[in-house]
Write a protein that binds this ligand. Structure first.
Ligand SMILES: [Fe+2]
Length: 459
């Protein structure tokens, strides 16, 4: 009798797992077929990055069709008009189910600080326009950068306005950070859309990025779209199985560390990244440490909780006094500056920011960790970094001030944070139209009650 009872329980569990997997099959495993595409014969998707010393080198990647296997880059120093250096690049062909493209990559060396450079690229004997970039000076007292959360724009979307608005506010930006999910799914058309939105910005200001789940093909272990590696020439200083996607960049007095938060599904890959992050943090001598990771350790979205990610990395962030963690994925804005560091004397923990730049909004989860929350708007974020402070500002898509804080750190590494943000806006806390349409009045009432409680607790 007892044996039969056990059998029934087991059978019930198996049926439940099968039913749950069947319901979630499309979300977890289905990759819609990629529509056919033909790349342009002329140079396209020109992208500026760096993989080495940012004060003496740059990398340029671009795309062409498969009719040529050789690309060229011509670069000129402003000080010597007409005198150019020529670099060659062999094509890498990438085939997907929708078509084939060639990708070119050039690593430009021996650049000089403070100089303005002009470059152009070619394939198929067709040259692009000339573009400029400037190399910073090691003596610069400060620098700025911009940061965008998930983009996931629709075809012919409007995220380009947001990118340009951010750069208009910080035209001197040393680089732009993208936090993953730049594309809706790994299809060429979506990559094309993102590059179209970036336009000339991507050719003149270097890009730093970390992968999001939407750059991965769905499967049990997930496979990163090969076009990611072709578009982004990043430092190869990451853990062996995550080269070019988990890595770090040093810029002036700051170390930026990208964790591939998609790559923690299995215990070995989670531990591989953790041990690498620990090693990098141990050896960091820069004044400021910034982590970029697609999934946020502290969620801003209803029903999301990244417990495993937090358990893996938060102790390291505390132990090594990380200053800032930038994330996305949740499609709702959030900022936390009062999460304590429990492992060192520096009680002021890191600042956590979660942002998105997408037309797709998720519901806010009213976490008591968050000091600031907002939904129903994409946002852009600006940073000004100096020897003793990092100043942060966030704006809605209409350029309205959303948030702001300044981190200061003294010579002994003691951190303080000052918030200079407008009050939380009820309009930006409300449920989305989709939530109102899809949920019962009881559920809506519960949302409103949680919203009011959270608002009161923040006053
Ligand atoms: Fe995501």
């Amino acid at each position: 009798m007892k044996r039969n009872y056990k059998k029934t329980i087991w059978l019930g569990m198996v049926i439940l797992i099968i039913a749950f997997t069947w319901i979630k099959w499309d979300i977890w495993f289905y990759n819609p077929p990629e529509p056919k595409y033909s790349p342009s014969p002329s140079p396209a998707r020109i992208m500026l990055t760096w993989s080495d010393n940012p004060l003496s080198s740059r990398d340029v990647t671009w795309e062409g069709d498969t009719s040529t296997h050789q690309g060229f880059l011509q670069i000129s120093d402003n000080a010597i008009p007409g005198d150019t250096i020529l670099y060659r690049s062999n094509a890498k062909i990438i085939r997907s189910s929708g078509g084939s493209s060639t990708f070119f990559k050039v690593h430009i060396k021996d650049l000089r600080q403070g100089r303005l450079y002009h470059y152009r690229v070619s394939n198929n004997k067709i040259w692009s326009d000339w573009f400029d970039f400037k190399i910073g000076n090691s003596t610069d007292a400060s620098y700025s950068f911009v940061y965008f959360g998930d983009v996931q724009d629709t075809i012919n979307g409007s995220s380009g306005n947001l990118f340009h608005r951010a750069i208009e506010s910080r035209p001197q930006s040393a680089f732009m950070i993208f936090i993953g999910d730049m594309i809706e799914r790994p299809h060429d058309a979506y990559w094309g859309e993102w590059f179209k939105s970036g336009g000339t910005l991507f050719r003149t200001i270097p890009v730093i990025a970390t992968p999001g789940n939407h750059e991965y093909y769905k499967s049990l272990i997930g496979t990163l779209d090969e076009r990611w590696m072709a578009h982004f020439s990043f430092p190869q200083n990451g853990p062996e199985n995550f080269r070019g996607r988990a890595c770090y960049w040093d810029y002036m007095n700051t170390r930026y560390i990208s964790i591939d938060s998609n790559g923690i599904q299995s215990l070995p890959s989670a531990l591989e990244q953790r041990s690498w992050v620990k090693g990098v943090l141990e050896n960091t001598r820069q004044k400021w440490i910034v982590i970029i990771m697609h999934h946020p350790p502290y969620s801003t979205s209803r029903g999301h909780n990244y417990f495993f990610l937090r358990a893996l990395f938060k102790p390291l962030f505390d132990r090594y006094n990380v200053d800032l963690i930038l994330s996305g994925h949740d499609h709702a804005y959030g900022r936390a500056v009062h999460i304590q560091n429990k492992l060192t004397d520096n009680k002021q923990g890191a600042a956590y920011v979660v942002a998105h730049a997408s037309p797709k909004f998720y519901e806010i989860g009213f976490s008591d960790k968050m000091d600031k929350l907002a939904s129903n708007t994409p946002s852009y974020q600006l940073f000004d970094v100096s020897a003793d402070s990092i100043r942060f500002e966030a704006y809605t898509r209409n350029g309205i001030s959303l948030d702001g804080f300044t981190i200061r750190k003294d010579a002994s590494g003691n951190r303080t944070v000052t918030v200079h943000a407008p009050p939380n806006s009820r309009d930006l806390l409300k449920p989305t139209d989709l939530f109102l349409k899809k949920n019962s009045q009881k559920e809506i009432d519960r949302f409103n009650m949680e919203m009011e409680q959270w608002e009161k607790s923040r006053k």
